[in-house]
Design a protein around this ligand. Structure first.
Ligand SMILES: [Mg+2]
Length: 374
């Protein structure tokens, strides 16, 4: 079937996060926004995808509406590998990591949703998986800006809600100690979002080496400095990275540098389901664990569930620690008792609730149609 139309729209949901709302890329972050990609085939079937996201939404949406959607309408919706090669080659001069690849990721996820719906199979089955039990999740706490009292309170609350793994977005050893004191039987991870140059990062890693972190995430600036990241391996803290890594070959560079213990590809950024498959296979061939990056609450999150369930031996799903007022993809975007269930309906198995979608969609969708359509 041919792709008849691509629509972009933004769902915007108020949320609370157990502390003051932070800035994200310099913008106040007080609403959870999802860039939805709706792909329709000429027989009327609809697939849903999600493109990254957060403060990048306006840029990603522009890339989608102006360039990526016109490249895919009129094409065979089932020809995912060929479309991936052609579209990503077509836009490579515009950036190998950024809005154009994010936009294509959203389309690609929707194409897998369509493929599953057409086959009458859930995505985990298309990927060769068996019926998944609920997956372990970890609570990914947002930044409390070094407020140790908020770190401790939210860590304790996350543990009380069933999470056994808790990740902080903080910068200090003191924050790690506060979390460990608040939840002594939980594993703690620290994500510093590329805060330090390698010499500074080595000092921080040396200071935190004895604290039993499950992993230290993106300690080095810039994220493409694979040698700088690898220079932290001597301190014995497992290192993770990948949410800012460009595709399969970006991961190959990280892995060949010996820089990571845990690869964190992100389905709405890296190119979609197909690129996730390739990155996961590469990591597994090198004995590197995969824990996908998934701070999402739409089809990107649900696609991550299917991929992890089917392809990762011991999946662990990142769930942002926040409370949404509502979500059109409920209940699939929420954890219960530290676990997340995986849909078994065809495709992603999570079509949005039309009433909630209508209530929280910010503005009319932008629609790109195949030429010759009315
Ligand atoms: Mg991160």
């Amino acid at each position: 079937m041919l792709i008849a139309a691509v629509e972009s729209s933004v769902v915007s949901v108020p949320f609370s996060m157990g502390g003051p709302h932070p800035l994200f890329a310099g913008q106040p972050w007080d609403r959870l926004e999802i860039l939805l990609v709706r792909v329709e085939t000429d027989d009327g079937l609809v697939g849903w995808g999600e493109a990254f996201g957060h403060a990048a939404i306006a840029a990603t949406r522009a890339a989608l509406d102006s360039i990526v959607a016109p490249l895919v309408v009129g094409r065979d919706a089932g020809d995912i590998n060929e479309l991936t090669r052609q579209v990503l080659h077509g836009v490579h001069l515009l950036g190998r990591n950024g809005p154009f690849v994010y936009a294509f990721s959203g389309v690609e996820i929707a194409l897998w949703d369509l493929l599953g719906k057409r086959a009458g199979q859930p995505l985990w089955r298309l990927l060769g998986g068996s019926a998944p039990a609920p997956l372990d999740a970890y609570a990914s706490l947002l930044s409390y800006g070094g407020d140790l009292e908020l770190v401790a309170r939210n860590t304790a609350e996350a543990r009380a809600r069933g999470y056994r793994h808790i990740k902080l977005h903080e910068l200090t050893r003191e924050a790690v100690l506060a979390a460990k004191a608040a939840a002594p039987d939980a594993a703690v991870m620290l994500d510093v979002n590329c805060a330090w140059t390698p010499p500074v990062a080595r000092g921080k890693a040396a200071a935190m080496a004895g604290e039993g972190l499950l992993w230290l995430e993106e300690p080095v600036w810039p994220p493409e400095d694979t040698a700088g990241l690898a220079s932290l391996r001597r301190y014995g803290i497992p290192l993770s990275a990948g949410e800012n890594t460009a595709g399969l070959f970006g991961f190959r560079a990280l892995i060949e540098a010996g820089a990571i213990d845990v690869a964190q590809p992100s389905v709405t950024k890296v190119g979609g389901v197909g690129e996730m498959k390739r990155v996961i296979a590469l990591a597994q061939a090198h004995g590197v664990e995969v824990v996908p990056h998934s701070p999402y609450f739409g089809p990107g999150f649900v696609a991550t569930l299917h991929i992890a369930a089917a392809l990762i031996e011991r999946p662990m799903i990142e769930v942002l620690w926040l409370d949404m007022e509502a979500n059109p993809f409920d209940p699939w975007v929420r954890a219960e008792g530290g676990k997340v269930a995986v849909p078994s309906a065809p495709g992603l198995g999570c079509d949005p609730d039309p009433a909630i979608l209508a209530r929280y969609t910010k503005a009319p969708a932008t629609r790109t149609e195949a030429k010759g359509e009315p």
